[in-house]
Design a protein around this ligand. Structure first.
Ligand SMILES: Cc1ncc(COP(=O)(O)O)c(C=O)c1O
Ligand SMILES: Nc1c(O)cccc1C(=O)C[C@H](N)C(=O)O
Length: 389
């Protein structure tokens, strides 16, 4: 029976994605397991930012708007599209996930013809619930929190806001099955993909998803505060009447017309001037995905998280409990519950093993398949065992 250390070395040696790690600027003395909060920087970003600032901004000045800046939200959206199973022309990048949730929820209620209930995934990351409540107040609607496996939809349900992967537990949900259930009830579904884009296949078009949003600073490594994305399928674009009707979403922005007329394409999801520096940092960061198949990412992610769970079982044992599903219904993280979890995570970070703490008692370890190593998973589990001793 090989030891855990032998298994880790062997798995790293045969890892088909191992060469991707070289594309990231990482400190090898640190075990970084927080890429589900802030992804690591791809090396290409620093050079691209220098070029963007010195040449595009510095030399081309305002001419750069006509040389690729203006259309960057759709162009970068089309680079994200294959990672979420979307055909071109359906993903636009810009604003934060929270802002895009606002646009999408209002647009969904406007499409819902008299239905007035927003159902929100009860375990959602808080911002989704906050935005849903605010939209409900604004639109005279109601919000109901429901577990994704007990939605209890009614004829009044307009839209269901669901997370593909639960940020706290790491549980992954079946996008196809839930989308079908919501459609059978005559409602629309809005998926928050923050914890799944770049971690597992999403297949938005294939599942007939209505709307989706996601962030790009986690598994897409776009950098702190990188712009989010919004997915509106072709079939809904004409009826997507979003509330932040800024000039960037206008059919002819430079006509400077007094009346708002939305673009007939995905650009109608835009609002104001895009944050070009962050947008182009994200564009450079997406190079690490060239030639990568998301099913290979999923395979490695399941193997890596599974190996970490094995290491925890044998080195840490009952001092923690594994919150994340042990079967394949998990995203790319492992959450462990334990006493004094905040202090335990602080001690891990002091030993250069970086995960994060989520209330009330969860140690969260994110595994990014493009740069995560099995030897790192083992070091994290053995450091945790030391900390808990
Ligand atoms: C599921 C989920 N939705 C939304 C957000 C927040 O997005 P933003 O801060 O970009 O608005 C996060 C993380 O911050 C998240 O995990
Ligand atoms: N967006 C973040 C930030 O600006 C600071 C710290 C953390 C975040 C996060 O993304 C948190 C993350 N959504 C989570 O799942 O906990």
């Amino acid at each position: 029976m090989p030891s855990l250390a032998e298994r880790a070395r062997e798995l790293d040696a045969i890892d088909p994605l191992a060469d991707r790690r070289k594309l990231f600027d990482l400190d090898d003395s640190v075990v970084y397991l927080d890429g589900n909060s802030l992804g690591a920087p791809p090396r290409s970003v620093a050079d691209r930012m220098t070029e963007v600032v010195r040449e595009q901004w510095g030399r081309r000045l305002i001419r750069s708007w006509g040389e690729g800046w203006w259309t960057a939200p759709e162009r970068v959206g089309d680079r994200i599209a294959p990672l979420v199973g979307a055909a071109p022309g359906q993903v636009v990048v810009g604003d934060s996930t929270s802002a895009n949730l606002f646009k999408a929820l209002v647009a969904a209620l406007r499409m819902a013809e008299g239905r007035k209930e927003i159902v929100v995934d009860a375990a959602t990351f808080p911002t989704d619930g906050y935005i849903a409540s605010s939209v409900a107040r604004l639109m005279g609607a109601t919000v109901r929190a429901a577990a994704l496996d007990a939605l209890e939809l009614t004829e009044n349900t307009a839209v269901v806001l669901a997370n593909q992967v639960d940020y706290r537990t790491g549980r992954a949900y079946d996008v196809g099955a839930i989308t079908s259930e919501v459609h059978a009830a005559g409602a629309l579904v809005l998926w928050d993909l923050c914890h799944s884009v770049g971690a597992l296949p999403v297949d938005l078009d294939a599942h007939g998803v209505d709307l989706a949003v996601g962030c790009t600073y986690k598994f897409l490594n776009g950098g702190p505060g990188a712009p989010a994305f919004l997915y509106v399928p072709q079939r809904l674009q004409d009826s997507f009447d979003q509330p932040l009707a800024g000039w960037n979403g206008h059919r002819e922005p430079f006509a400077m017309a007094p009346e708002f007329e939305p673009s007939s394409a995905i650009a109608r999801g835009r609002c104001g001037t895009p944050d070009i520096l962050s947008m182009l940092a994200l564009d450079a960061a997406l190079d690490v995905w060239d030639g990568v198949n998301i099913t290979d990412v999923r395979e490695k992610s399941l193997a890596l998280t599974g190996f970490f769970i094995d290491c925890v079982d044998s080195l840490v044992g009952s001092r923690v409990s594994v919150v994340t599903p042990r079967d394949s219904t998990r995203g790319s993280q492992v959450s462990l519950a334990c006493e004094d979890a905040q202090a335990v995570m602080d001690a891990l970070i002091a030993r250069d093993v970086i995960g994060d703490f989520r209330p009330p008692n969860v140690l969260r370890f994110g595994f990014a398949a493009l740069y995560g190593r099995y030897t790192d998973a083992l070091r994290a589990a053995s450091t945790l065992a030391d900390v808990l001793t």
